[in-house]
Design a protein around this ligand. Structure first.
Ligand code: WAQ
Ligand code: MG
Length: 648
């Protein structure tokens, strides 16, 4: 299997549709088209091809043939679409002269003769392959010509938005493939549709040059000529490429001039494309795996069973029957949408219930909930700190904390990871500073726990408020999963305990728990709260149910903690030092490519352990991040260690 820096196990399939009807005892072609799509798109592509066959202006077909073939992924050629320009011509003669000029420009001899040949073609299914010097036809079957197949647009948007035949994008895909064939100097084309008079010249140098009028309306002329410039002995290679090489063309647009603004911004768009390519070269480009079905210790990816070691669904509540029932019940009672922000019109009973419950769970006076954990951090930090304040922030804090700090306009001082000496030294440099110390409770990519007792002591001593992010601590650490204060048996609490419902709680959303004044202030100041529609009441109800289950079933937290001890022990047995008190264990590998490769190999073994790369972690500290769940079995934990050891 080819590896191109993306985790993408999708198989690619070719689909070919041919529709025909019987006319006077002979089969008459009605319509034909092809697609090259990932496995997940085979069914919709098949549907759209059949649709196209059924509703074609050439008539209703008697026979529709649909051939679906698996492609060898390592053999797929990715090409950028040729740049496109359009020359407007008013008469067919003017168009034909233009075509000649362009061919001469790139050194094609006998341009007039070649264009003359094009203007005589009628009814060929394929293209002429023409020796540019001798004007000999090189195809085996001159009646049929060479058919170019196995090509499509790489972007699904282009493939899908095209149920009717799109002359332009289909021709651009074909031309891009053709001009990259060995020994092909250029391609010329006129549509065979009687009412479509546009054609083009394409070559690597010219790009795709459209000529708007090349023939008279109503003319049945139409065809293609591939101009061959090379040793005739090599023609098989060219034909083979044209007929068999799978090609995905990137950056095909749907119309040649749909985005006129591109004309004014070519440099920025070029830069964006360059950046994307650089990301791919550095193994930093991200693509998404598609999970089919539900979340759990086992998930389905491409119909395969995959053992999940990459989920924040720590207590296996995301698909719990009671959470689902609570959601459905609230859905029936309160509907889907909240219809407005909490402050205007979206404040519903499930939101209020959830806030009381989470405050109780964290042992604070009050709580405020947000649509996501990211929004909770951003909103809360931006609300509580402002210009003139100083925020002391652990260097490994989550991106949402960093973004909240930036948005607050406070001065940001980053201290060394969990280094309380460094924190205090830095605070001292800002004597009388007003502001905040902010830290993850459990660090999301390292799984270690902030030294909260010292952190609180120092912050209090210097009069700084504290915000602790318990996204990966809630339902995970502390004897009964109440989080970091329980973990350290603390009675003093940080000023703000932030967390999410999206992880151990099995639902979605973020929260901040604190004294009622602070919460009231956040409600009045946090822009991500004020200017955002309230989460669905059904989701709020699900979150409440998740928290209730964590409280009533402490065995879940125990089982998760036991699993981590077991994982560390098994690693130790294999001679790998491993230590974590949370649900996260990083296996640091260093190079981005190495982490990506390992993750891919594990996936091929049926195990999902995600690779974490820059910018999520520091450059050169790429890693596998094992995330445990309460529901993992001993055998499954042994399996992941064994697999990792095999490749390390
Ligand atoms: N391989 C080789 N030749 C082909 C293929 C193929 N896959 N498909 C068509 N041809 C040949 C065949 O002789 C057709 O009669 C001829 O090309 C024209 O095909 O606005 O619509 O599908 O930029 O009619 C060009 C301008 C439109 C689009 C081309 O071609 C634009 C077009 P058609
Ligand atoms: Mg046509």
């Amino acid at each position: 299997m080819a590896y191109n820096g993306e985790i993408n196990l999708n198989k690619i399939y070719s689909l070919k549709m041919r529709a025909a009807k019987e006319l006077d005892g002979r089969e008459k072609h009605v319509s034909g088209a092809e697609r090259l799509v990932p496995e997940s798109a085979v069914i919709p592509a098949a549907e759209s091809l059949v649709n196209r066959a059924l509703h074609h202006s050439n008539g209703t077909p008697d026979i529709i043939n649909l051939k679906i073939e698996l492609q060898d992924r390592s053999d797929i050629l990715h090409l950028d679409a040729l740049p496109v320009r359009t020359i407007k011509t008013h008469t067919s003669q003017e168009g034909q002269e233009k075509m000649c000029e362009l061919l001469k420009e790139i050194g094609v001899p006998h341009a007039e003769e070649i264009v003359g040949m094009l203007l005589k073609i009628r009814g060929m299914r394929g293209a002429m392959l023409l020796d540019s010097c001798t004007l000999e036809r090189l195809e085996k079957d001159p009646l049929r010509g060479v058919r170019v197949t196995y090509m499509d647009a790489a972007e699904s948007a282009v493939r899908n938005s095209n149920p009717e035949k799109n002359h332009f994008s289909e021709a651009l895909i074909l031309a891009t493939k053709v001009v990259h064939a060995p020994n092909i100097q250029a391609e010329i084309c006129i549509s065979d549709d009687t009412d479509y008079c546009t054609g083009y010249v394409a070559s690597k140098e010219l790009g795709y040059v459209r000529i708007t009028k090349l023939k008279e309306q109503g003319s049945r002329v139409g065809g293609r000529i591939f101009i061959y410039d090379g040793d005739q002995a090599d023609k098989e290679k060219t034909i083979d490429y044209l007929e068999k090489q799978s090609v995905l063309v990137h950056g095909v647009s749907l119309t040649p001039d749909k985005f006129p603004e591109e004309a004014h911004l070519p440099s920025r768009i070029e830069e964006i494309r360059d950046d994307l390519n650089k990301l791919k070269e550095k193994h930093l480009h991200r693509s998404m795996l598609s999970i089919e079905g539900t979340q759990g210790t086992h998930v389905k990816i491409n119909e395969n069973d995959v053992l999940m070691f990459s989920s924040n669904n720590y207590l296996d509540l995301a698909n719990d029957a009671r959470l689902k029932a609570a959601t459905v019940e609230a859905l029936e009672k309160y509907g889907v949408g909240a219809g407005g922000s909490r402050l205007i019109s979206g404040n519903m009973q499930p939101h209020r219930d959830l806030e009381s419950l989470v405050a109780k769970f964290k042992g604070t006076e009050a709580a405020i909930t947000f649509a996501t954990g990211y929004m909770a951090n951003v909103g809360c930090i931006q609300a509580l700190c402002g210009e003139g304040d100083v925020i002391f922030s652990d260097e490994l804090n989550h991106a949402s904390i960093i973004d909240g700090c930036r948005l607050s306009r406070a001065h940001i001082v980053v201290y060394k990871h969990c280094d309380m000496e460094d924190l205090e030294n830095k605070i001292r440099k800002f004597s009388n500073a007003r502001g905040m110390v902010v830290s993850d409770a459990v660090f999301s990519m390292d799984g270690d726990i902030a030294p909260l007792p010292e952190l609180l002591e120092i912050s209090k001593r210097y009069g700084l408020i504290t915000l602790i992010d318990e996204a990966h601590a809630t339902g995970v650490i502390g004897a009964t999963g109440h989080g970091i204060c329980e973990h350290f048996n603390l009675t003093v609490k940080p000023d703000i305990l932030m967390g999410t419902f999206s992880k151990a709680v099995g639902s979605q959303g973020g929260f901040c728990c604190a004294g009622s004044d602070i919460i009231d202030y956040i409600k009045n100041r946090a822009r991500s709260f004020i200017f955002s529609t309230a989460p669905s009441p059904a989701i709020a109800a699900a979150s409440s149910e998740g928290i209730s289950i964590i409280m009533s079933e402490p065995w879940r937290v125990k089982s998760l903690q036991k699993n981590m001890k077991l994982l560390c022990k098994i690693f130790a047995k294999h001679g790998v030092a491993a230590n974590s008190d949370s649900a996260i264990l990083p296996v640091i590998l260093g190079e981005e490519s190495k982490a990506m490769e390992m993750s891919l190999k594990l996936l091929q073994d049926g195990i999902l352990v995600s690779a974490i790369r820059y910018p999520t972690v520091k450059r050169g500290s790429a890693r596998l991040r094992i995330a445990l769940m309460a529901a993992h079995t001993e055998d499954e934990i042994k399996r992941v260690v064994k697999s990792i050891n095999k490749y390390i």
